[in-house]
Design a protein around this ligand. Sequence first.
Ligand SMILES: Nc1ncnc2c1ncn2[C@@H]1O[C@H](COP(=O)(O)OP(=O)(O)OP(=O)(O)O)[C@@H](O)[C@H]1O
Ligand SMILES: [Mg+2]
Length: 206
Amino acid sequence: MSGDWLFKDLNFELVQGEHVAIQGASGSGKSTLLNIMAGLEVPAYGEVHWSGQPTSAWSAERRRSCRQSEMGFVFQAFHLLPHLSALQNVMVPCLLGGQSGLVCSEAARSLLCDLGMQKRLDAKPTSLSGGEQQRVALARALVHHPKVVFADEPTGNLDTKTAASTLSLLIELCKSRQTSLVVVTHADEAARSMGRTLHLTAEGLI
Ligand SMILES: Nc1ncnc2c1ncn2[C@@H]1O[C@H](COP(=O)(O)OP(=O)(O)OP(=O)(O)O)[C@@H](O)[C@H]1O
Ligand SMILES: [Mg+2]
């Protein structure tokens, strides 16, 4: 152990349906913390519990399956699959969950229409604007009705106005579905509209 801590004494509990904004300086470890919460990274010390159960003894397969069925992600850089249409991109988590093509297609279509994307269902990501790509990414994070959505600076690549409306949409969608939301964001106004705002420092989450 080198003794270089990214953060320590960090204790965080997310209640079902709760919405939390995480802020902190660049390099403070926000992305790392989100990855740890989602089981994408394992902390050097400490433990992550999911529904009250410690996850450290879980197999890689159990972690993957829990992530796939119970979590949604929105990334700053969208990460849409370029060869798939908007509709097909949104269908992916639903198909991975074992639902039929018809069910997934209807769920994806309905969500994209709620997000004002009804005319762009067949468009490939490269022909969509940044705001449109991010709305596809929001739909993809929610289509399989996860318990929690993790979003890492989901509007960092958008202009201020589009960022504010996109983030509000994400918050509204999560509220209406009783989905928990953890968002890393520098947008103070959006953060204020959430249940809690925490600041990540070397001493923990304050
Ligand atoms: N497992 C780890 N142990 C120690 N340091 C790490 C570990 N993982 C990443 N780091 C380092 O921690 C720092 C924080 O990285 P991270 O990407 O989490 O920050 P961030 O707060 O998301 O920054 P940004 O706002 O720029 O996205 C980086 O310097 C990174 O190299
Ligand atoms: Mg980051």
